[in-house]
Design a protein around this ligand. Sequence first.
Ligand SMILES: NC(=O)c1ccc[n+]([C@@H]2O[C@H](COP(=O)([O-])OP(=O)(O)OC[C@H]3O[C@@H](n4cnc5c(N)ncnc54)[C@H](O)[C@@H]3O)[C@@H](O)[C@H]2O)c1
Length: 409
Amino acid sequence: MTFSWSSVAMCMKRFRLALIIGVVFAVLFGLLCGTRGEEDSRWVKDLGEGVQVQLQKLIQPLQERLTELEKQTMKKYPEVRYLPESERKRILITGGAGFVGSHLTDRLMMEGHEVTVVDNFFTGRKRNIEQWVGHPNFELINHDVVEPLLIEVDQIYHLACPASPPHYMYNPIKTIKTSSLGTLNMLGLAKRTRARILQASTSEVYGDPQEHPQTEEYWGHVNPIGPRACYDEGKRVAETMCYAYAKQDKVDVRVARIFNTFGPRMHMNDGRVVSNFILQALQDQPITVYGHGKQSRSFQYVSDLVDGLIKLMNSNESSPVNLGNPDEHTIMEFAQIIRSKIGGNSVIQNVAAAEDDPQRRKPDISKAKKILGWEPVVPLDRGLQLTIDYFRNELEHAAKMKVPGKPVE
Ligand SMILES: NC(=O)c1ccc[n+]([C@@H]2O[C@H](COP(=O)([O-])OP(=O)(O)OC[C@H]3O[C@@H](n4cnc5c(N)ncnc54)[C@H](O)[C@@H]3O)[C@@H](O)[C@H]2O)c1
């Protein structure tokens, strides 16, 4: 090893640099953490006024940036009840980022359960559930239910499936796969984990009904090769699979036959009556009524549905149960009610009727009333007001983001 004064000088230089960096970091750390003791402050004073001023200049912007970052990352979650371990369930909600699924997520999270949302974001949005992202009781998995899923759960609400005609007709084969393979996978998961599974079925299993109102005993009147068949028949086979698994493998199933539902977080391009009419009226566009407008529908507000789903899941009833609001109106009446609530200059315009559009739809909810003690409680007027307020905000948001928010033609 050779000795030279230049290498000693270099070493000294490096040592001095390291010392200065160390001192600066120690002071910064002390200042940022706010834990400097008396000894430290005396030590800083000893540095001399000039150095202190220089340090303060360095530290000030860092402190400001830190406060800003803290504000951004310190997320406030909606209040969640504390449930003891023995009552807390691990609940999977497939399609939990969609319209109904996100409201169900809110309710079950607030009740104190651990919720896992599985969604492929076909029609769902992260915005619908962003209030829970990062919460210790919440997990979000970007996953397509057509593929198997291996997790541990106590209950499964199986909602994953596009629900509005433009969405489910966009790729009919995928819709059938979602209803068939997707439900098969979830039933398999329920079997392995011994979880109870609730299938989100639909009033569409009754097709264009020849019985009115529709009871759970009615077998339906569905066109198996029409444009809506991918959804209607998909949901029918999903019910068939639920009962095959229940019979053969003792899987604990619940089947909710959901009738038309509306409320905040419906998709802007949902294409269904309520969202179309509200968006058209808010934008002073003609309100388009398919056909003569005498076809009837009954709409339930989403919070009523969520109540019904939770009650059904926790009941002993394994046969199908209708969940809907029997308050029936013609489509033309809906157009008039919405126009008068919003005001504006929209005209009501009749356009060509949609193919296989059911003429009458009204649930008989005697079974849900008797078995679950459930019936809708939110009046149409109140539900519509909340939905109108939501769409008004969404349009303002879309305008800010320069995204045109247009209903589907
Ligand atoms: N909203 C209603 O009026 C109504 C009526 C009857 C039945 N339903 C049923 O309720 C459920 C929810 O309906 P919604 O109105 O909230 O619809 P939605 O389209 O808002 O929600 C469906 C969710 O499922 C997700 N999804 C679709 N395919 C998927 C796949 N292959 N894998 C994973 N995720 C997938 C979507 O991204 C979306 O988040 C659906 O099963 C629907 O058939 C709804």
